[in-house]
Design a binder for this molecule. Sequence first.
Ligand code: SAM
Length: 291
Amino acid sequence: MNAATGGRLSVVAVPIGNLEDITLRALRSLREAEIIACEDTRRTSQLLELLGLPRPTLVAVHDHNEDRTAARVLEWVQAGRRVVLVSDAGTPAISDPGYPVVKAVAEAGLAVVPIPGPCAAIAALCASGLATDRFRFVGFPPARRDARRAWLETFAGAPDTLVFYVPPHDLETFLEEAAAVLGSERPAVIARELTKMYETFERGTLGHLAKTPGVVRGEVVVLVGGAAPEGAPDDGAVESAARAVLAEGFTGARAAKELVRRTGVDRDTAYRAILSARHGASPEAGEPSDD
Ligand code: SAM
């Protein structure tokens, strides 16, 4: 909060379909807001009405006026006003307007308060069944085909689960291209209509999903499992990963298993690397034990 004036910018997540996903903190922030900076004033008015909340001053923030609005929001927060930022659905500034507004207030050293809640990427990821320990949110693909392929290529070797927002009418083309560039055998998930009546998760390989478009239309998040480690990682990388695993408290067989997971080396190599990291000595020092 701006200690002198009480001004702040609250970044408030709103439902992505199911109205019950509004949080208690979000309700309070919206109720107490003096100004709401929103993507579409009509949509936000409807939301406030559905939630039974009063309608304060609403100001539209969109791609074409974001810098101007950022300056105005900054002035309001400096003057001690309680400003809330929302988008039409989900978390503001995540593939939605808001970043310049947040940046301006944060860089001025004033309070930016997140009020977390729905976000399609996280909702899709947590229920996808794909690895969640490392993921990369990459948002919407470029609209042009050649730019899209080049963009996809930049993720082809990434070991992280990839999370895409894909416009529904581009889904089939996107899946075909993703299968071609990332690999048709990669595990993938299409999460549709999250939190809504016809929510579905389709799971399979990218190749399979590209050939069997689902029947349900609507908004989608596409998730693709990370690339398998290619070839043998270099020795230095394995050694430092082994040291990190031990430093994090893993011991014995668990340490070796964790090293396999992180680096993709085979079990024997992992055992040797753990031993050598533990003793700073040769592998002959003995088998890792679960001490
Ligand atoms: N800021 C939002 C968030 O936090 O998720 C994202 C807004 S972005 C303009 C809209 C995209 O998010 C859609 O094209 C779709 O990829 C995804 N999305 C939003 N709501 C969704 C839902 N209910 N089910 C599946 N995907 C959704």
